[in-house]
Design a protein around this ligand. Structure first.
Ligand SMILES: Nc1ncnc2c1ncn2[C@@H]1O[C@H](COP(=O)(O)OP(=O)(O)O)[C@@H](O)[C@H]1O
Ligand SMILES: Cc1ncsc1CCOP(=O)(O)O
Ligand SMILES: [Mg+2]
Length: 269
């Protein structure tokens, strides 16, 4: 990795990027707080009337289909057009894309628009890769390990970096791959933390020259903050404020020291 998570965190805090987050109703507030605590600047600007123009001034766009509707998708496509025209990264979160034919269709349409990074749980990534998925609505029900081959193939076919999250995260661009350890089992008990991580991927992508490093950086930041918060939390409820505190408190040096990142050997079959 040319840019370590700590190097990217230092860059993000030195010049906080503006991140245009088109996310769902559930995630709107927590995702903004997560991006702010990490050190960047979120803006939930989603309407078709202004989404394309705003993408020209944002460092990155993130699109999440958690509570999708035709007007939301129109705004998302406008924002993606604006980001693409400006040469800015955009990140896709295919929430519950396995659940309905509408979601499957919209997710495939958005993948065709070449996201810089795709971030989802294992059930969502399996579905995007055309494999059977056990996802229950927005909640992942498949182990990350089962989605690794599909993630590699999806990355090769789409040209996107694919980040699969769960107990141990997996990131690949089709050629490179790493696993990231850390976090807490209390994280999936806090709604919209995955959605918030997608927005943070946008912040890291805005300050990075390599989307693979950006995805690894954002996931490592979550893993380190999640592990720290786990030590202090008494349960799902008290985890949330400790997690925000930890996202803010972790320094670039501590992030590089605490990140547990394993390179995965290339599969040559
Ligand atoms: N069992 C677990 N142990 C540790 N970290 C977890 C666990 N499950 C999820 N996470 C972390 O929670 C965050 C959100 O991931 P995930 O729950 O997979 O996304 P989503 O909310 O989209 O389903 C990621 O940082 C991931 O690493
Ligand atoms: C509960 C819920 N319903 C629609 S979107 C959403 C939030 C999903 O958040 P995450 O994917 O981060 O768990
Ligand atoms: Mg999700």
């Amino acid at each position: 990795m040319t840019e370590t998570p700590g190097t990217l965190l230092a860059a993000l805090r030195a010049e906080p990027p503006l991140v245009q987050c088109l996310t769902n109703y559930v995630a709107m507030n927590i995702a903004a707080n997560v991006v702010l605590a990490a050190g960047a600047s979120p803006a939930m600007v989603a309407d078709v009337e202004e989404a394309e123009e705003f993408a020209g001034i944002a460092g990155a766009v993130t699109v999440n289909i958690g509570t999708l509707s035709p007007p939301f998708i129109a705004g998302a496509k406008a924002a993606i057009a604006g980001a693409s025209a400006a040469g800015h990264p955009w990140v896709f979160d295919p929430v519950a894309c396995q659940a309905t034919s509408y979601r499957r269709r919209v997710a495939a349409d958005l993948v065709a628009l070449k996201p810089t990074i795709i971030r989802g749980n294992a059930s969502e990534i399996l579905s995007l890769a055309g494999e059977a998925s056990s996802g229950q609505g927005v909640d992942g029900r498949d182990p990350v390990a089962v989605a690794e081959d599909g993630a590699r193939r999806l990355a090769e076919e789409s040209g996107s970096v694919v980040a699969v999250t769960g107990e141990t995260d997996f990131v690949t661009d089709g050629a490179r791959a790493v696993r990231i350890e850390g976090g807490s089992p209390l994280m999936p008990m806090n709604t919209a933390l995955g959605c918030s991580l997608t927005c943070l991927c946008g912040a890291y992508a805005a300050v990075s020259s390599d989307p693979f490093d950006a995805a690894v950086g954002a996931l490592a930041h979550f893993a380190a903050a999640g592990a720290r918060a786990h030590e202090k939390a008494e349960g799902a409820g008290t985890f949330a404020p400790h997690f925000l505190d930890a996202l803010q408190a972790v320094t670039p040096e501590a992030l590089d020291a605490e990140a547990v990142i394993h390179n995965v050997a290339e599969v040559t079959s």
